[in-house]
Design a protein around this ligand. Structure first.
Ligand code: ADP
Length: 609
């Protein structure tokens, strides 16, 4: 394999080129052009391939067909060339949303989503999404262009100088830098493997500007690329671990299955459904596991959530962590004072076990293999849970569901969260293949419990961090990778974090309908500034804002909906037409509650309680 030139030669010629390039012009390519001319001078004879094309070919070789990103120094040409070479390049207005799109694409497809950014600030903007992807166990690769090592390491003040690799490392699963064209294949293979294998997560790949311009002999370049074989190897659980779990489950009087988004990611849908149905055990889906079995399934215990968490004696966690979203498996939520719960936990990460409470029967492996192994132990003689337990759940469910039905049927003016969400609930029932994206405080909490999901991986939301700002990035990814209609249910505050991406939605003419629940502020729009100055309270927005006009500005459809009927009509039209649409749903500004359902995490409010 031929190297382009020695490092010393390269450094000398490059620094000369950089000096002569002088400018770091706005379109970003003077430096790369200068570098390219130098490397071309040093190029091997015969047919050559440059770093740009090695990166593109390595991605294509591994089945990557889409890049989410934002062009600029030093990756502008990479985006152009990638498009020319047949990759789909979706350009965003801010890197965080490109990163969120990559993360959602990773979750939906089991292929690492790729986010491409410029150096320093662009990299930092993408980093939030990378950290969020890692926290949520979504596979993604953040690829950022960077400044030259020689200048960064001596802190000589390069354009957008930053030691990106060092900064990324603690925030993701793995981080790599490639300095030589002949290592691009290895770099991308390692990034893909790290993102997908074991517990999936975010990977950072640092590509300094001069790498793109390096050239090498074409055949050697091609030979240096790696097609990753079996990137997410199955991990078969040990037989004794499976037996231990089955024994514990057999003795349960009030068993419960808890499905998390790891179960949704694993795409073991048929076996998971079979496990639930063959055992007859009631189940609870975490929010992004909704739809693994239809929310209307007879065994769903969602409408009796508090009751089953408190009363269950054996809980089977499948791809769900006992983190804050499950009150760490402790306290009032679990009624631990009534005696210790016994847990079976299926997870690919052995270190997850015992992270909050003791896990009596860990089953370590990939969810597909673990669930299949458990299923093999469930035969015709399996005793279904006692009728006392399933009957008590059904009773509570019925009571709660009929109470909720009455609330949802009301048509108050202005709309409240329930009346608006009942319209969306009906639309999702009519189009169960539509993908729901959901963020906000009250908008999130109410939508999660009101809008039933019917198919796996159709709900994308704020995830493990409860983060705001995923809305438009997730929506773009969902539309791009599935081609299905997307319904983004957005609090007005949450929408603000990524609202400018409606231009992206219009530019690519994506079938996304954004519904902004506009109640004039964060939580609600009624706070008053007690100080007497003219500023509004920190949680209050411009009153009666018309978010629909934002979509119209870019050629999409904007609708101002003040009644449930108007909302229903606009949403049905949007889903049927597939045109980018934003519905400004006017909600009673007094309707929200402080911090939504997580009031207890708000120090001042918690203290008052
Ligand atoms: P939720 O927020 O829905 O409760 P979490 O993100 O807390 O879900 O948990 C997901 C869990 O699933 C993680 O602990 C992760 O290790 C695990 N996981 C992800 N993919 C797989 C897989 N293919 N097989 C087994 N476990 C997985």
């Amino acid at each position: 394999m031929s190297s382009v030139r020695t490092e010393k030669e390269a450094t000398t010629t490059l620094s000369e080129a950089l000096k002569s390039a002088k400018t770091r012009d706005a379109d970003g390519d003077a430096v790369v052009r200068a570098l390219k001319s130098v490397t071309e001078d040093n190029a091997p004879e015969g047919e050559t391939i440059d770093g740009f094309h090695l990166v593109i070919d390595a991605l294509k070789l591994n089945g990557i067909d889409t890049i989410f990103g934002l062009p600029g120094i030093p990756i502008t040409d990479l985006t152009r060339m990638a498009q020319a070479e047949g990759l789909r390049v979706i350009s965003f207005r801010h890197e965080q949303h490109a990163g969120n799109a990559a993360a959602a694409a990773g979750f939906l497809t089991q292929k690492p989503g790729i986010c491409l950014t410029v150096s320093a600030p662009g990299f930092l903007n993408g980093l939030t999404a990378l950290a969020n992807a890692t926290t949520n166990c979504f596979p993604m690769i953040l690829i950022s262009g960077s400044s030259e090592r020689e200048i960064v390491d001596l802190q000589q003040g390069d354009y957008e100088e930053m030691d990106q690799l060092a900064i990324a490392k603690p925030l993701c699963k793995a981080a790599f830098r490639v300095l030589h064209a002949q290592d691009i294949g290895v770099g991308i293979a390692r990034a893909i493997r790290a993102a997908l294998s074991g517990r999936p997560g975010g990977v950072y790949l640092d590509l300094p500007a001069k790498l793109f311009a390096q050239t090498m002999e074409a055949a050697a370049g091609k030979a240096s690329l790696i097609k990753v074989v079996d990137a997410a190897p199955r991990q078969i659980p040990a037989a004794d671990a499976v037996n231990r779990a089955l024994e514990l489950l057999k003795g349960a009087k009030r068993p419960l299955i808890l499905l998390g988004k790891g179960a949704a990611y694993a795409q073991a849908d048929a076996d998971i459904r079979a496990l639930v149905e063959k055992t007859g055990i009631p189940y609870l889906p975490m929010s992004m596991a909704k739809g693994l079995l239809p929310d209307t399934h007879a065994q769903s215990a969602s409408a009796a959530r508090s009751y089953v968490l408190q009363e269950a004696d054996v809980v089977v966690l499948i791809g769900a962590r006992l983190n804050w979203l499950l009150s760490h498996g402790k306290g009032k939520t679990w009624a631990q004072e009534k005696g210790a719960k016994r847990f079976i936990q299926i997870d690919i990460a052995p270190t997850e076990i015992d992270s909050n409470v003791a896990i009596e029967a860990p089953v370590i492996g990939d969810i597909g293999s673990c669930v299949a192994a458990l299923l093999a132990g469930i035969d015709a003689k399996w005793a279904r849970p006692p009728a006392e337990w399933t009957g008590a759940i059904a009773e509570r469910k019925d009571k709660n569901l009929s109470k909720m039905a009455a609330t949802l049927a009301a048509r108050p003016s202005p709309m409240n969260f329930h009346s608006a969400l009942s319209v969306i609930r009906d639309q999702v029932k009519a189009r169960p293949d539509a993908i729901v994206v959901n963020e906000g405080a009250n908008t999130l909490d109410f939508a999660r419990s009101i809008v039933d999901m019917y198919e796996p991986r159709k709900r994308l939301d704020v995830g493990t961090w409860g983060i705001m700002g995923i809305g438009m990035g997730f929506s773009v990814a969902a539309a791009v990778v599935t081609g299905k209609p997307v319904i983004a249910i957005e609090g007005d505050s949450a929408f603000g974090f990524s609202g400018m991406e409606v231009e992206t939605i219009c530019r690519y003419n994506l079938p996304v309908c954004v519904i902004v629940f506009n109640n004039n502020g964060v939580y609600r729009g009624t706070d008053v500034n007690p100080s007497g100055t003219s500023d509004v309270a920190p949680t209050v927005f411009v009153k009666n804002a018309r978010y629909d006009k934002l979509m119209e500005a870019f050629g999409g459809v904007g609708v101002n909906a003040t009644t449930a009927d108007e909302l229903q009509k606009a949403l049905a039209e949007a889903v049927a037409s597939g045109r980018p649409t934003l519905i400004n749903a006017v909600i009673d500004e007094t309707a929200g509650t402080e911090s939504g359902r997580i009031t207890s995490l708000n120090p001042a409010t918690a203290k008052k309680k």
